[in-house]
Design a binder for this molecule. Structure first.
Ligand SMILES: Nc1ncnc2c1ncn2[C@@H]1O[C@H](COP(=O)(O)OP(=O)(O)OP(=O)(O)O)[C@@H](O)[C@H]1O
Length: 316
């Protein structure tokens, strides 16, 4: 089943039927990762044996600080190389593919061209550019990148016009159109997050990867970001996001993957991964009368408890 769009309820029903164990096969994975390891000196930052991300779903990647989430993002998008990287001749056994394309030896721009795009925080340099200029950087078919197009001025100009149109469309959608000539660095924290998301959409990615989309965002904009993420998914964009804000994870995701110490230690439906008794116990100790705090950051103890809970359920 690779045709899209899915009916969201149907997709969720499929996910409901899955075994909730790390590495479980998905009905239609857009990203499949096999054995990807990254070490920094003596630290194993990432050691993922197998992971599949369902096409068309919103998948949250959670885990305590230092769990390896950002490093994992960097690896699969080609911004970092695995310690077990495959080489032209020989090399390691790291393998991952996206949308049917093996990305094992490709770099960041090829990963983006394959349709896997991640958001980036506004750096100082980008902050000194206008909002519209930032958007145009997000287009992965800039004339300068393509020798053929670059040689023919009319083509070049057309591409540029199309990119500007797309940028303006997205800025309107994200309510940033009035700011298009402002310096990006002068936007509020929440508006910067919206711009990061809008910029990543310039190339119409099949999957957008968001690294902590809610960090530093005020409550008024949180709701708007949530709606944008759901709208993307409803249009057929697969969403993979790292987030510490449990309110967001619980409300927006179809599936949750939990990392700890570099490994995927649990995955499943948000309600079962996050609301298991073991998690509540580990979070709150004696305070059983409360639900999980919405803005809590999971601790390693909680994560281990989630894993044990999932294993116990499996054994039953
Ligand atoms: N460039 C680097 N050099 C050395 N160690 C690194 C590097 N990048 C990451 N690490 C280490 O790898 C581990 C995983 O870090 P990573 O940033 O991927 O975790 P994370 O889950 O994204 O954490 P956070 O939620 O705090 O962002 C940590 O122990 C971190 O210190």
């Amino acid at each position: 089943m690779s045709e899209y769009p899915y009916d969201r309820a149907a997709l969720r029903a499929h996910l409901h039927e899955l075994e909730q164990v790390p590495g479980v096969a998905k009905p239609d994975p857009i990203l499949t990762v096999d054995r990807i390891v990254r070490r920094f000196g003596g630290i194993t930052a990432v050691d993922v044996a197998h992971l599949e991300v369902q096409r068309g779903a919103i998948t949250a990647l959670i885990g305590p600080n230092g769990a390896g989430k950002t490093t994992f993002f960097n690896l699969i998008t080609g911004f970092d190389r695995p310690s077990n990287a495959a080489r032209l001749i020989g090399g390691g056994d790291a393998r991952w593919s996206f949308n049917g394309k093996t990305l094992t030896r490709t770099g960041a721009s090829q990963a983006a061209r394959a349709g896997m795009v991640r958001t980036f925080q506004l750096t100082k340099a980008l902050g000194r550019m206008t909002v519209l200029e930032n958007m145009l950087i997000g287009a992965n078919d800039q004339p300068g990148e393509n020798l053929f197009v670059g040689l023919f001025k009319p083509l070049w100009a057309r591409r540029e016009r199309e990119n500007i149109e797309r940028a303006e469309e997205l800025l309107t959608r994200f309510k940033l159109d009035a700011k298009k000539s402002d310096l990006a660095g002068e936007l509020s924290g929440g508006q910067k997050k919206l711009l990061e998301m809008a910029r990543a959409l310039m190339s119409r990615p099949a999957m957008i990867m968001l690294d902590e989309p809610m960090a530093g965002v005020n409550p008024a904009l949180t709701q708007s970001l949530l709606e944008h993420i759901q709208a993307l998914r409803d249009e057929g964009t697969t969403v993979l996001f790292v987030e510490h804000d449990m309110h967001m994870v619980r409300h927006v995701s179809d599936w949750v993957v939990v990392m700890a110490q570099g490994e995927v230690i649990a995955e499943g439906l948000p309600e079962s991964v996050m609301s298991s008794r073991a998690v509540v116990d580990a979070y709150l100790g004696a305070h059983h009368d409360r639900d999980l705090g919405d803005n809590e950051v999971l601790t390693t103890g909680v994560i281990r408890a989630i894993a044990e809970e999932v294993e116990e359920e499996e054994a039953r």
